[in-house]
Design a protein around this ligand. Structure first.
Ligand SMILES: CC(C)(COP(=O)(O)OP(=O)(O)OC[C@H]1O[C@@H](n2cnc3c(N)ncnc32)[C@H](O)[C@@H]1OP(=O)(O)O)[C@@H](O)C(=O)NCCC(=O)NCCS
Length: 147
């Protein structure tokens, strides 16, 4: 059940996201818009009209001081177990191909790669490659062998 605290948290996050737009340089705004457009295109291509059916993992970060202690794994495991219990697939956009290795261990596969920056005259490096990953719901062994 959604509590008042949940609503307040969502409202606070929305305000923070909106206020972020005021502090962006024009280039950052362009890059953000490019990401938002391609994120939407990827979502349409990969999960189409099943947006409400797929569970998504967004913005997973562990503070550098605490990385490597299993915190992100604990969170991802909780989500994928919940997805399996609900018989639903999960999807995410990994921020880098390197992180895709982390998500592979939980059964996510890369189904599409978004390239960012290739049309931006101010972006001097190679385009950033952002994998779009999907994990199909896994049948548990106790379900498979239930008679
Ligand atoms: C990716 C991230 C969330 C992992 O957080 P974490 O709490 O350190 O993860 P865990 O401690 O649960 O790591 C579990 C395992 O994955 C490995 N792993 C973690 N990040 C990895 C990466 N980027 N590539 C390959 N392996 C990785 C760890 O080495 C560990 O392996 P081990 O169990 O054999 O020691 C963290 O590195 C991070 O915040 N990165 C920057 C932000 C980011 O890229 N977020 C992802 C957005 S899609």
């Amino acid at each position: 059940m959604t509590s008042v605290l949940d609503y307040l948290l969502v409202a606070a996050i929305s305000v923070l996201k909106m206020s972020g737009a005021f502090f962006k340089t024009p280039q950052q705004c362009r890059r953000w818009n490019e990401f938002a457009d391609k994120h939407k295109e990827a979502m349409d291509a990969v999960i189409g009209d099943q947006k409400d059916w797929y569970i998504s993992i967004d913005e997973l970060f562990t503070h550098p001081t605490y990385q490597g202690r299993g915190y992100a794994s604990a969170l991802v495991n909780t989500v994928v177990q919940m997805a399996d219990d609900l018989h639903r697939p999960t999807w995410l956009i990994s921020s880098t191909p390197e992180n895709a290795v982390f998500y592979h261990t939980f059964g996510f596969d890369t189904v599409l790669e978004i390239e960012l920056g290739e049309g931006d005259p101010d972006w001097k490096s190679s385009p950033l490659v952002v994998p779009v990953m999907v994990r199909q719901r896994k049948e548990r062994i106790d379900e498979k062998y239930r008679f």
